[in-house]
Ligand binder design. Sequence first.
Ligand code: PLP
Length: 432
Amino acid sequence: MATMSATAALGNLINLHHRHLKSATFPSAHSFPCTNTSAAAGKVIPRISCSSAATAASAVQAQPASDASPDRVFNFAAGPATLPVNVLRKAQDELVDWRGSGMSVMEMSHRGKEFLSIIQKAEADLRALLNVPEDYAVLFLQGGATTQFAAVPLNVCSPEDAVDYIVTGSWGDKAFKEVAKYCKPNLIWTGKPNKFTTIPNFDAIEQSLHAKCLHICANETIHGVEFKNYPTPRNPSAFLVADMSSNFCSKPVDVTKFGIIYAGAQKNVGPSGVTIVIIRKDLIGNAQEKTPVMLDYKIHSDNNSLYNTPPCYGIYMCGLVFEDLLAQGGLVEVEKKNRKKAEILYDAIDSSNGFYKCPVEKSVRSLMNVPFTLCEPELEGEFIKKAAAEKMVQLKGHRSVGGMRASIYNAMPLAGVEKLVAFMKDFMAKHG
Ligand SMILES: Cc1ncc(COP(=O)(O)O)c(C=O)c1O
């Protein structure tokens, strides 16, 4: 008699459970508890109503233009980073009793109908935001983007496969170093000689003919360089892989240009602990045999990100952020706001006659992470201290590059950047 492994049996059970729930109904994360009587089962089953931008708008209250919360600072940290105040307030309102369920999201079974409605809505809203096609899976995982440095090659490459890496900063460099354990990477371009201040001209790069994929870091959080368009892999059967940790959901992205997108949530879309992977479905199911079960995309995809206990509260928070982004009008509107914030900050730097300097080439400057230096490095300590005294915190540059860095993710209000710019001008007037 054929025997089934415990894992396969568990997987089947979960799939069965999912199919049942899907064909029955899920509660809406908005409307829970919504009662629909299932005649067949004679039970009260909450009704499914997964995401829509319209309903999303009603759930998280739009952020008022000036959300004067006297105790809040303007937090320019690179991640974990500032979250929208309206989202935090919504979470606060629901902390002890989530929508009449009598429990906190932190206390819920991840297989209960309440949490299923939360994760499904989060996925549906993310799909709506990024226009993710049906032939792509969306996974909510753990382990940070760092884990994906290994998970990507383990899932899509054999140990003999070649892969191409364009390295435009520290994170791409880390990904490149990790991948060498699992296949045969080629460093086809590195910005290291120029201190990671630019993005190469794609035509000038020689890609490997047989590379399985081409990896980039779409936004380098430490160095502040951001791809404004994307290279096409030379091998027609290869695909593009992007670490989008620090510009995820900051602007519209054509997902179809990528085989895999991955991102840690803790910069633009939630707290740390959640890693999002968007992957073309035909790339799933080819993991190397030694791949740990927790890194196998097929396991997570077959189980709708519920193979083991997921980071439930983090996923819930991401869901609230997705609702908020939809309520703002989606990523087109979000990008407009991000452009405006970045523009006034870079303008302040560029018009300071060298008092402040941003080393990054203008055409590839990040909308999210703005590194800058002071003409007199000994003033940097005072700058950071005085800014903190005025409730602008976490402006110190990464320890590997020094200087200053202002991370101005989606949730940083324009008022925060305006205040920083006014402070910079004032500081310059006193010391320039
Ligand atoms: C672009 C980028 N990739 C990867 C990482 C690593 O992410 P994690 O700490 O979630 O593993 C970071 C963290 O800051 C990052 O900014």
